[in-house]
Ligand binder design. Structure first.
Ligand code: NDP
Length: 336
């Protein structure tokens, strides 16, 4: 990449990507979206981050997913994204879906965390300023707040749409019951709940216990995160923990920090890798295709540490079909 030359996106970018309607809304999302949780902060290489966003958009990935706390330090992914956006993507603003979120701890004191109107309002204003945007396309409440009345949180989301600071709203990591409640409050307020963002992969299937049914029944979209289990469901850890990996860096949470690189998980990953090879694709491609086989999934947000990973993951589009026998084999491997 010549960092000084103006960015001209690939003219064929829409030819090979598939777009799915987000629930019953008018919005379509690419089946793969690009997440900026890791590798876009001030501690990361700016040119690499820029190159990843160019690669993604060149392949028809029109959706970039952010949050107030992405970095590190918190806020720096939005700031870097803003710099890249103004260098490369401003002419393409109307071809992009940019999201942000608030709900995790962001600044000290009682107004920098969870789900109050006070916190969400200040946080969205800060996010818009960091990114240099007038509005985000989707604004999420990042996690349920057991103490703030759900009505207050949903009213804040509704307000942002009325103010023009967000076009659509979503929630993340809410249970099936909480989702149904949030949906009906927003419905009464006149702002539809566009989308839910849950964790979902072959190794973490909680959404299958009710959440996907609620989303399907009510016509809410679903965009999944950590569908590669932060890299575990790729060929990355087959022979140990490589130096240039999230596990080695000690960053990330959940999957990679709670001992998920265990012998039993690695045994499953190796068997899944054999099946992926048999299907003529990489394990990352098979793991993404497996999530996308359910039509209620609108999109999978992929993370990446270099452009080549994005290109590898996108090639899942070449084989998204599973035979019954392949699906049974996967279930058996996961249950063993
Ligand atoms: P993934 O499960 O997609 O993991 C991404 C990591 O997997 C990469 O950093 C890389 O690891 C490795 N990887 C990716 N592609 C390949 C490939 N083709 N071959 C080999 N290794 C590969 O997702 P994330 O956990 O990063 O989450 C994705 C996005 O989801 C986030 O950026 C964020 O936008 C969103 N998210 C939302 C959350 C929420 O609470 N709503 C929580 C977490 C994420 P390495 O860096 O080691 O090279």
């Amino acid at each position: 990449m010549d960092q000084y030359s103006p960015y001209q996106s690939n003219e064929d970018r829409y030819e090979n990507m598939e777009y799915r309607r987000c629930g019953l809304s008018g919005l379509k999302l690419p089946i793969l979206s690009m997440g900026l949780w890791h590798n876009f902060g001030f501690i990361d290489n700016f040119d690499n981050a820029r190159s990843m966003l160019r690669t993604a958009f060149n392949c028809g990935i029109t959706h970039f997913d952010l949050a107030n706390n992405y970095g590190p330090p918190a806020g720096s992914a939005e700031e870097n994204f803003g710099r890249i956006f103004h260098k490369d993507f401003q002419p393409y603003r109307d071809e992009l879906i940019i999201s942000s979120k608030a709900g995790w701890g962001m600044w000290p004191g009682p107004y920098g965390d969870w789900g109050s109107k006070k916190y969400l309002t200040a946080s969205l204003d800060q996010s818009l300023k960091r990114m240099g945007l007038d509005y985000v396309d989707i604004f999420y409440h990042h996690r349920p707040d057991p103490e703030t009345p759900l009505e207050e949180t949903m009213r804040a989301l509704d307000l942002f749409v009325r103010q023009g600071k967000a076009l659509y709203v979503g929630i993340s990591s809410y249970s099936a019951d909480e989702t149904a409640k949030a949906y009906s409050i927003l419905q009464d307020l006149g702002t539809p709940l566009l989308i839910h963002q849950p964790k979902y992969s072959m190794l973490d299937r909680w959404v299958e216990n009710g959440l996907l049914d609620v989303l399907g029944d009510k016509g809410i979209g679903c965009i999944t995160f950590s569908s590669l289990a932060q890299g575990l469901l790729t060929n990355k850890y087959l022979k140990g923990i490589p130096e240039n990996s999230r596990a080695a860096s000690g960053r990330g949470n959940g999957a990679l920090e709670s001992g998920s690189i265990s012998d039993s998980n690695l045994d499953k990953v190796r068997k899944l890798n054999d099946l992926a090879i048999h299907r003529g694709q990489s394990l990352a491609q098979m793991a993404l295709a497996w999530v996308l086989k359910d039509e209620r999934i609108t999109s999978v947000i992929i993370g990446a540490s270099r452009p080549e990973q994005i290109l590898d993951s996108i090639a899942c589009l070449d084989n998204k079909q599973f035979t019954l026998s392949e699906l049974e084999t996967i279930e058996k491997i996961l249950k063993d």
